[in-house]
Design a protein around this ligand. Structure first.
Ligand code: NAP
Length: 277
């Protein structure tokens, strides 16, 4: 099974689960909980959430889903940049832990570059690690310049991941961020790996997937995790979608298929600004 390794010691299957918009519609909650639990059963043990999602509603759904299976889950949440002062990070983490009904996060991310000095968030992350409230910390939406600034900040080299937008239609990171991360042995978490479902509606992708007896989602996801050091975190709100996506962990794409995907969705030919959703 494809996997990634965080902080040189925690190995996690290369497909996890996103949760943005979970909890927004109460009538979907039972399905969302069932989907998350089924995903963990199938090996999708990393669950990604954030204090931002539904202003805490997603964390509450995740908390309910993982209550009976906490030890099987690699749990990720994020602090909003506006909250990322030293004290603000400590209290944001406390609030996330309470909504998630757990005493620890496996990974805590700085959601995107913000107004406060990185030193403050790093100091808070280190304090939270000492207290056993987080195991690792990382960043999200950091472009190569942000990463350079992070690495030049005391303690910044202990970053465990950078979570960024990456899918067949958003390949900009292949130019600079991704090769640098691979050189640094830094796992990349690919968010919106099926472009919030817009990608899998594309006829050219559907046609190629059908010729391989795959769905468009399976082809798009297996392309993301084909490279070493990348974990994709699709959000699936139903057991059917999560089961379909989980199959991706067993797929290896041939050189011919990769070349065809390059033709349909060309790689970057120059540096571009890091895109965000
Ligand atoms: P995504 O995972 O690319 O797409 C989610 C959408 O795809 C949902 O509408 C889902 O519908 C649908 N879907 C999933 N599997 C499917 C399947 N097999 N067939 C058909 N439709 C399928 O988009 P995302 O939610 O934006 O990104 C994933 C996660 O990344 C987020 O949930 C969040 O945890 C994280 N994220 C992080 C950032 C950041 O700034 N760090 C930004 C964006 C996202 P159903 O719900 O009906 O299954």
């Amino acid at each position: 099974m494809k996997s990634v390794i965080f902080a040189e010691r925690d190995e996690v299957p290369a497909l996890g689960q996103g949760t943005w918009y979970m909890g927004d519609d109460p009538s979907r909650k039972a399905d969302e909980i069932a989907a998350l639990r089924r995903g963990v059963e199938l090996g999708l043990k990393l669950i990604d959430t954030a204090e931002m999602y539904g202003s805490g509603k997603s964390e509450r759904v995740v908390g309910e889903a993982i209550a009976p299976i906490r030890d099987e889950v690699f749990l990720v949440s994020k602090v909003l940049p506006y909250n990322a002062t030293y004290e603000g990070t400590l209290s944001a983490c406390e609030a996330s832990l309470s909504r998630l009904g757990t005493d620890r996060l496996d990974l805590y991310l700085y959601h995107w570059p913000g107004p406060h000095p990185l030193e403050e968030a790093i100091a808070a992350f280190e304090e939270l690690q000492q207290q056993g409230k987080i195991r690792h910390w990382g960043v999200s939406n950091f472009d190569p310049n942000d990463m350079a600034e992070l690495y030049s900040t005391a303690g910044g080299d202990r970053v465990a991941t950078n979570q960024v937008l990456y899918n067949l239609t958003r390949r900009g990171i292949e130019w600079d961020l991704l090769p640098q991360a691979q050189e640094d042995d830094l796992p990349i978490m690919a968010y919106s790996p099926i472009e919030q479902a817009r990608l899998i509606a594309k006829p050219e992708l559907k046609k190629l997937a059908a010729s391989l007896d795959l769905t468009a989602a399976q082809l798009a996801l297996s392309w993301v995790i084909q490279r070493t050091g990348i974990i994709a975190i699709p959000k699936a709100g139903s057991v059917a979608h999560v089961e379909e996506n989980a199959h991706t962990l067993d797929i290896t794409l041939s050189a011919e298929i990769l070349a065809e995907l390059d033709r349909l969705f060309p790689p970057p030919t120059r540096a571009t600004s890091l895109e965000m959703i």
